[in-house]
Structures are given as structure tokens and as C-alpha cells.
Design a protein around this ligand. Structure first.
Ligand SMILES: [Zn+2]
Length: 225
């Protein structure tokens, strides 16, 4: 979706810098690298032993308006603030809201086609949808969100159905690696290159392949429309 009103006008580094300065001062000293790239989710966080944490954003996000991108980046920065061992999406969304960035997260959910909560982990976890994010905002934030929605001029119900995952994490430790999708942890035998991991997204499941071997399957992690 092209958007003229709030085009993405800065580099990803600049957005991360701004977010850190205003809302994530607790991780201001964390070295976070960020790039556009190929990924089978809107974003992936790559924790690699001995290297700075890397956020890779899907190139399709470049067509989003700036507030939606800020919502996505805030969600990923909240993952980093909560730490590599925290895999809870609901807690991550709550963290974004508690930092005053809920309006951006609400806009992001319109662009990731999550109007109601996207339940994962058999109900033990969830990505918050636009509706429940809006309900948890202060009056001032609700006004901000409504103004942004009106300015951007999106009608959420018109959005195309997406088959992309929201985000996932790849952890490369000294002696082991694993991938976390929708809160589910999949250990990896070897030390695969993150670029060689393939995710096959079907209607109601995600298959994870490493070197053409299926290493995991997530049956109920996909949104149902
Ligand atoms: Zn996440």
C-alpha cells in the first residue's frame, strides 16, 4: 500500500536511534544493528553470540507509512529490552504500550492485518490486535491513534489477507542454536546460517526447514480469517 501522508523518510538506523532516545533509554547502550532484507516475516530478530543483535525488516514494509514502521520497530526493540530468553508476544506488546508507543503498535496491527488478537501457543500467548490495543490506551493516546488512522486514510477491513508471519527470533549461542516462532522454541542441531532456514507458511501451519530437512512444525500459530 502506497502512502503519501507519512512516507518512510529516514534510515532504519535513524528510527532506532530516535526510539531508543525517547522510549528505550534502558537499551540505549545495546548495540543493535538493523537492515532491510529478505525474511519470511515482517521482521526477525537475530541474536548471535558475540555479535550485536540484528533486526532485519522485510522489504515489503518499505511501503508502509512511518507510524506503522515505528510500531513494528518498537515491538522488536521491546523483544530486545525483555531479553533473548523471553519469548512472550503478549508481554512484548504490553511493553510497547507501557512505553507510550501503543498508537504506533495499533497502526502496525492494521498493516499486519491483526484486528482481533492473534492467539498462539494454544491460548497461552497472543499478539494483541488493533481492537484490544485501542482499548488499553489512555484517552490522549486514543486521540493520537484515531488522528493517525484518519490521516493515513486506511480502511483496515479492506486490507489484503497476509500470509507472512509477524516476527520470529533466531538465537545463535556458543554451542547451540534455536529458532522461536509464535513463542514456540525449535532447537537446531547444527549451526545453520539464518539465511538458509526456510519457513513454509501454509494456511494453518508453519514448517521450518534447515538444509531441506523439516526441523519443526507449528500447527496453530497462524491467524485464521
Ligand atoms: Zn514478536
Amino acid at each position: 500500500m502506497e502512502n503519501q501522508r507519512y512516507p518512510i523518510s529516514k534510515t532504519l538506523d535513524e528510527y532506532v536511534h530516535t526510539l531508543k532516545k525517547h522510549a528505550y533509554s534502558d537499551i540505549e547502550d545495546n548495540n543493535v544493528n538493523i537492515e532491510w532484507g529478505k525474511t519470511q516475516a515482517y521482521a526477525v530478530v537475530i541474536w548471535s553470540h558475540g555479535n550485536p543483535t540484528l533486526i532485519r525488516c522485510n522489504r515489503s514494509v518499505r511501503r508502509w507509512p512511518e507510524p506503522a514502521l515505528l510500531g513494528l520497530l518498537a515491538h522488536e526493540l521491546s523483544h530486545i529490552a525483555l531479553g533473548a530468553d523471553s519469548h512472550n508476544e503478549h508481554q512484548t506488546d504490553r511493553d510497547v504500550i507501557s512505553r507510550g508507543l501503543g498508537p504506533y503498535l495499533g497502526i502496525e496491527r492494521v498493516f499486519t492485518n491483526k484486528y482481533s488478537d492473534h492467539v498462539i501457543q494454544k491460548g497461552r500467548d497472543r499478539y494483541l490486535g488493533y481492537d484490544s490495543i485501542r482499548l488499553s490506551l489512555t484517552n490522549h493516546e486514543i486521540n493520537q491513534l484515531d488522528a493517525l488512522m484518519a490521516d493515513i486514510g486506511v480502511s483496515p477491513r479492506r486490507m489484503l489477507k497476509e500470509s507472512l508471519l509477524h516476527d520470529y527470533a533466531f538465537h545463535e549461542k556458543e554451542n547451540s542454536s534455536h529458532i522461536v516462532i509464535d513463542g514456540q522454541l525449535y532447537p537446531l542441531d547444527k549451526k545453520p546460517n539464518v539465511d538458509e532456514i526456510k519457513l513454509i507458511v501454509k494456511d494453518s501451519s508453519v514448517q521450518i526447514l534447515s538444509e531441506d530437512m523439516v526441523i519443526g512444525e507449528n500447527e496453530n500459530g497462524r491467524p485464521r480469517y
